[in-house]
Design a protein around this ligand. Structure first.
Ligand SMILES: Nc1ncnc2c1ncn2[C@@H]1O[C@H](COP(=O)(O)OP(=O)(O)OP(=O)(O)O)[C@@H](O)[C@H]1O
Length: 274
């Protein structure tokens, strides 16, 4: 998608906006007046050296942290603190750095668990199998099958997740996050711990999700090659401040960014993308 088409305008409200967000832990400034605007359907990476504030920003967006000041805009609503319990209803899903799957459950059950928040039938109705509960169960299973097919997980469908290769587990996690059809998907270091082949594969799936469903994707990622190849735009944090925001090409040539990364400047230049 061309970057120019992504610039938010009054006619196309941002899928996510962060407005002058600041956050401190005791004396440590994690975020300082950070602004961010992500257009619908955009893939936006947030990068920066260790301790730059990337996770803090994602945690503010998803409501795990309340900023000292500033606001978060999601689906046209503005929050001083994002309500975590309403995240799914706001069309937001996230994955975590460490896999948070039910290891003993099958791929199908793990993927289906991404929709439990939306069930209207109570626990008792589910146990006795009321008509509503049965209808909901069928609908959830259909959606889970769809997600399993999309991520080519068919051959693992009934296997416990715990014994599957790491790259496959990551795909299950993505399928679970996407079964609720979020507008905005937050990915926390999705490529961590992966082999090059697994990274290539997952990069393809992330792109396919955006292309197929126009899902807005915000990811924190340390692998600069992945970031350069996958993102429409990249925001760079350093010491809690946003020091740059632009296309991969702009970021690659930004002297402030190169200085912030000093030791890894070579990676920025060399990052060819996957
Ligand atoms: N819960 C917390 N309690 C205290 N300090 C915190 C907490 N979370 C983050 N910090 C501090 O805030 C700053 C930003 O941390 P954050 O984890 O957001 O950075 P990061 O860019 O995600 O780093 P990394 O790439 O190493 O994960 C760091 O100085 C960190 O020590």
């Amino acid at each position: 998608m061309p970057a120019a088409a992504l610039a938010p305008s009054p006619d196309t409200p941002a899928a996510l906006a962060v407005e002058r967000v600041s956050l401190s832990f005791g004396g440590v400034v994690a975020l300082s007046e950070v602004d961010l605007s992500v257009a619908p359907g955009e893939i936006r990476a947030i990068i920066g050296p260790n301790g730059a504030g990337k996770s803090s920003l994602l945690n503010v967006v998803s409501g795990l942290y309340k900023p000292d000041q500033g606001r978060v805009w999601l689906s046209g609503h503005s929050f001083a603190q994002t309500p975590t319990d309403r995240l799914a209803h706001l069309g937001v899903a996230r994955t975590f750095q460490n896999l948070a799957l039910f290891k003993g459950l099958s791929v199908l059950d793990n993927v289906a668990s991404g929709l439990t928040h939306s069930l209207r039938a109570g626990v008792l109705a589910q146990i006795v199998g009321s008509p509503l509960a049965r209808r909901e169960k069928r609908a959830v299973e259909e959606r889970a099958e769809e997600a399993i097919a999309f991520f080519h997980l068919d051959s693992y469908r009934d296997r416990p997740v715990g014994g599957l290769p790491y790259g496959v587990q990551k795909r299950v996690e993505l399928a679970r996050a996407l079964i609720a059809r979020p507008h905005l998907l937050l990915l926390d270091e999705p490529m961590a711990g992966m082999t090059l082949t697994e990274k290539r594969e997952l990069t393809g799936y992330i792109r396919a999700v955006r292309d197929r469903h126009n899902t807005t994707i915000v990811l924190i990622e340390h692998d600069i090659g992945v970031v350069m190849g996958l993102s429409d735009r990249i925001a760079v944090l350093d010491y809690g401040r946003r020091i740059a925001d632009g296309t991969p090409e702009e970021i690659r040539n930004n002297q402030t960014v190169i200085d912030a990364y000093l030791g890894v400047a070579h990676d920025l230049e060399a990052g060819e993308g996957i």
